[in-house]
Design a protein around this ligand. Structure first.
Ligand code: ITT
Length: 205
């Protein structure tokens, strides 16, 4: 069975491949990439919008499930921003660097040197036997500076709970064992196995 990932974010695609291996196929290897309007008010809603849009474009295929990830970082001291708007915090089409700079600027403006923050990932799965959404979280703190080059997005300013370095400085294997995406993916894994078994049964009946 093919597990198609409905994402254009290179950092996410790399992390999904590290978690699930070569079973992950980027949707843009199968069809021309297109924009999905992320108009829902939750991570789960936006993940489902992305997975459904790609599933429909691909045409129903009994050997395929589409996965999508909607994720972001929330800073309670700033009222929970950027949350679901993490990819467009510095404006529509903003780069990871611009979004990171904007969040650093918001902390600096308020003289915040360190404050709790958490990442959320919702993974939606759309398959011939149903739709599912699972979540994962990673807690820690953000600082008003970028340290290290690892990870992507807000990682250079995020220090996970139990560590002293940012995700930009820590080895990628650390993020891969504690991240919001990894935790959501661990919850998605049994569902994917179940879908695979259901489709195999369906085929043989
Ligand atoms: P797709 O929708 O094509 O998957 P996207 O980048 O638009 O790509 P989202 O709408 O889910 O994805 O936005 C997620 C943003 O949240 C992302 O651009 C990062 O800025 C941030 N983010 C999510 N997970 C992250 C992580 O593990 N490390 C750093 N930043 C992360």
């Amino acid at each position: 069975m093919q597990w198609v990932l409905a994402s254009g974010n290179k950092g996410k695609i790399r992390e999904f491949r590290e978690i699930f291996g070569d079973r992950i196929v980027g949707y843009d290897e199968l069809i021309a990439p297109f924009e999905v309007e992320e108009s829902a008010s939750t991570f789960a809603g936006n993940a489902l919008l992305k997975a459904r849009a790609v599933y429909e474009r691909l045409g129903e295929n009994p050997r395929m499930a589409v996965l999508a990830d909607d994720s972001g970082i929330s800073v309670p001291a700033l009222g929970g921003v950027p949350g679901i708007y993490s990819a467009r915090y510095a404006g529509e089409g903003a780069s990871d660097r611009e979004n990171l700079r904007k969040l650093i600027g918001e902390l600096e403006k308020r003289g915040i040197e360190r404050t709790p923050a958490y990442y959320t990932a919702a993974i939606a799965i759309v398959s011939p036997v149903g739709e599912y959404v699972v979540h994962g979280w990673m807690h820690g703190e953000v600082i008003p500076e970028a340290r290290g080059e690892g990870g992507f997005g807000y990682d250079p300013m995020f220090i996970p709970e139990g560590f002293t370095q940012t995700l930009g400085e820590l080895d990628s294997s650390v993020k891969q064992s504690i991240s919001h995406r990894y935790r959501a993916a661990e919850r998605a894994r049994p569902l994917l196995d179940l879908i695979e078994r259901s489709l195999a049964l369906h085929k043989s009946s």
